[in-house]
Design a protein around this ligand. Sequence first.
Ligand code: FAD
Length: 464
Amino acid sequence: MEEKIGIFWFRQDLRLHDNLAILDLIKDCDKIIPVYIFDNDAIIGSASKWWLYYSLDSLDKSLRLKNSRLFYFNGQPYKILKTISHDHKISNIYWNRLYDKYSIERDSKIKENLKKLNINVKTYQGSLINEPWKIKNKSNSFFKVFTPFWKTCLEENQPIKLLSPPSKIETLFIKSSLLASKDDFKLFDQKATWINKLALNWVPGEEQALKNFKNFKNKVIENYSDGRDRPDKNYTSKLSPYLHFGEISPERIFEEIKKKKIIKNKSKKKFLAEIGWREFSYYLLYHFKNLDTENFQKKFDKFPWLFDKNLFTRWKKGQTGFPIVDAGMRQLWETGYIHNRVRMIVASFLVKNLQIHWHYGRDWFWECLVDADLASNSASWQWVAGSGADAAPYFRIFNPVLQSKKFDPEGEYIRKYIPELSRIESKYIHSPWEKQNNEYIQPIIDLKVSREKALSFYNQISKS
Ligand code: FAD
């Protein structure tokens, strides 16, 4: 009898634990070919490309420990899968599903075409706790508000079975003229200096994801409910890039935290709800396919946004004169990450105080974040802008000075990212312009005036 050969197509699931799809493929076939295809039409930001490179490296190493390896390809996924299938008589191809419009359309066509070639294609739920089409409200339609959505998810949640990695991977070591190396993907310039800073802050890959989660679960989560808003402390999990690339499954995080008895209930609930916000973002993206480009609330289509290139550049560079905003934007540039509270502050400053469209902020975050994620980034920008589902009301405008005093009281976070302010007295750290002869950048706008302007713009769209 002929050997059964299968392809496992890795995408945003760069892990071996909790990967039912690869376990099933190994069970269903005699040998498998693990592939990663770099699809040039899928848009990825620069910091994420750096992450992807090292994440693939880590996955390849894990596969090699199982006497396998990752086979890299560059180009259109269908053409590549079809060629390998033809050359190696492939019978089965499995992958974990994605939820954005581009991937859904691409993958549906690929599935249909491969089936016509008599290939058994199976797709799996690999990056969410609940499939977006399964959670519905009482009128059988989709939720637009987080709290009832998450309550329903918790009610419907079945016990999750955590899965060990495959013990052995029988692999077909192919030789194909299409084979590439990950350097062919030209993900970043190895000589660029910015990558050194990312490397100082992050270690991509499944092994590190599991290590970080264990540390968070055992040592950090206790302080989550009170500490998660403090950018000067280290009380959040920093799991977002690992979750984005699927190096750890949200199901593992959810199940292990839910089961752990000693965690204070308040912290546990709050943390699980944040995993819930991630689910809700994917849910919104699935049901509202253009969440990344169109306002969820249509009235915002008429918002009279402004655009001042100089102000936008000052925001991107962390030179607005408002220390908490500048520290956040510099943290982003240096580390590929911003603390959630500060993401909200810098985003509010852009869309409300500078009245610049959320699309500009979305794009800059997309380029610089190591955790840039179409669902979470789009939903969160719309949340801050007020145009999203269950969004912060537009008229609630963050005052960066008050936010800074409340959440970074001693200015430790600011001092870390703004060396010019490292020696300033604490009473001036949030508003250095109040100090005589201060040399820090003067504020680029007047908070009160810009706030009133934003509110008058909002009144225009509210009345119409
Ligand atoms: P924790 O507090 O430890 O939370 C655990 C996990 O829950 C996170 O890793 C993340 O996966 C999820 N999560 C937490 N908060 C949110 C949230 N508000 N929305 C969705 N998921 C959440 N998150 C991204 O993963 N990618 C993005 O591109 C992104 N862009 C954002 C843009 C703006 C303007 C704002 C305000 C928020 C954005 N977020 C984004 C959400 C949030 O800021 C990050 O997920 C969080 O800061 C990651 O840090 P953490 O892993 O330590 O979070």
